[in-house]
Design a binder for this molecule. Structure first.
Ligand code: ZN
Length: 158
């Protein structure tokens, strides 16, 4: 897939994007970008504020909000509107999400639909599809398949 307005997929790209846009890359703005790329999580402004201050960064509430606003409006970071507030993520490129119904956490995933399916959606709607996002919802698997322990003890082979 070739995307002209391709989004940002690494911290280096995020920094380059800011520079290309003529955005001032203050130490605070850089710290926000680094935090988002390090955690890979989707965080509220409040969480970002707390984590940066826990790291010893001296950043005020207002500054965190203003920087997040600027980065999101320029498409450098992702902004998700949820009923309980906004969350910010590192990846601005179109991608899909897996929502955990236990922890309310959101994971980024890249899912490619078969071209036939996209062609079918285009035919049915008369719309040329340029990109898509899929939201998956589910519960955390308590026993990931790789860690499954047999329910019954294995018979000794003598
Ligand atoms: Zn995301």
């Amino acid at each position: 897939m070739t995307g002209k307005g391709a989004g940002v997929r690494s911290l280096e790209e995020a920094i380059q994007r800011c520079q290309a846009l003529g955005m001032r890359l203050s130490q605070q703005r850089r710290a926000i970008l680094e935090l988002l790329w390090q955690t890979g999580e989707h965080l509220s402004a409040r969480e970002i504020y707390h984590r940066l201050n826990a790291q010893g960064q001296d950043i005020g509430h207002t500054s965190v909000y203003q920087n997040l606003d600027a980065l999101a409006s320029q498409g450098v970071i992702e902004c998700i509107e949820r009923a309980d507030g906004r969350l910010y993520g590192s990846v601005s490129e179109p991608h899909s999400h897996v929502h955990c119904l236990d922890t309310q956490q959101i994971q980024d995933v890249w899912v490619e639909l078969p071209p036939e399916l996209i062609a079918q959606v285009e035919r049915e709607t008369g719309t040329k599809i340029t990109h898509y996002r899929i939201d998956f919802f589910g519960y955390r698997q308590t026993n990931p398949p790789s860690e499954l322990v047999p329910a019954t003890p294995r018979a000794e082979i003598g």
